[in-house]
Design a protein around this ligand. Structure first.
Ligand code: ZN
Length: 172
């Protein structure tokens, strides 16, 4: 699927909730498969539906080491539908992140170190999970996409922006 780039209206549009009637339908499961394939092909470690021009509140977080994130922890892809943040930790962490929708750049962003989330899985079953560290960061980054934001909205200083190639040379 085509990935929306910053400036596209869909990236500024809050996602809509997936309705109960949509669960169990091939249109939802095949979309999730395509979303995952798109993310893997782009060497992403997370993706949200608005990034492929779909308005639904669906995200995948799938941390794993890859050329764009050599130090990312390894995990099974996790699909979260209609996620809601229950709580975030008081302690925060500054870390560099990139975005498939903001090509060529990395930004150093302050985010909570942990987050408690409730969500629906692809079968429509309610789940809850506590995410920490880099995986919490991926979740919060993707959650931004569901409310019409990107990491650019968190930038407090232009010193916290770096070209991807420069970042790779320094840190990867
Ligand atoms: Zn992103």
């Amino acid at each position: 699927m085509k990935i929306a780039q910053v400036g596209e209206e869909i990236l500024r549009t809050p996602a809509r909730q997936v309705e109960l009637a949509e669960f169990g339908q091939a249109s939802l499961t095949s979309f999730i498969d395509e979303l995952l394939a798109t993310m893997l092909e782009a060497n992403g470690i997370g993706i949200a539906a608005p990034q492929v021009f779909d308005p639904r509140a669906i995200m995948i977080i799938a941390s794993r080491p890859n050329p764009r994130y050599p130090d990312a922890p390894d995990m099974q892809p996790l699909v979260l539908i209609n996620p809601v943040i229950q709580q975030t930790s008081e302690n925060t962490v500054w870390e560099w992140e990139g975005c498939l929708s903001v090509p060529g750049l990395r930004g150093c962003i302050e985010r909570p170190n942990a987050v408690d989330v409730v969500y629906l899985d692809p079968e429509g079953k309610a789940q809850n999970i506590k995410l920490e560290g880099f995986v919490a960061r991926i979740f919060l980054h993707e959650f931004d996409h569901l409310v019409g934001k990107t990491w650019l909205d968190h930038i407090s200083s232009t010193e916290n922006i770096m070209a991807n190639d420069v970042w790779m040379a320094k840190f990867a």
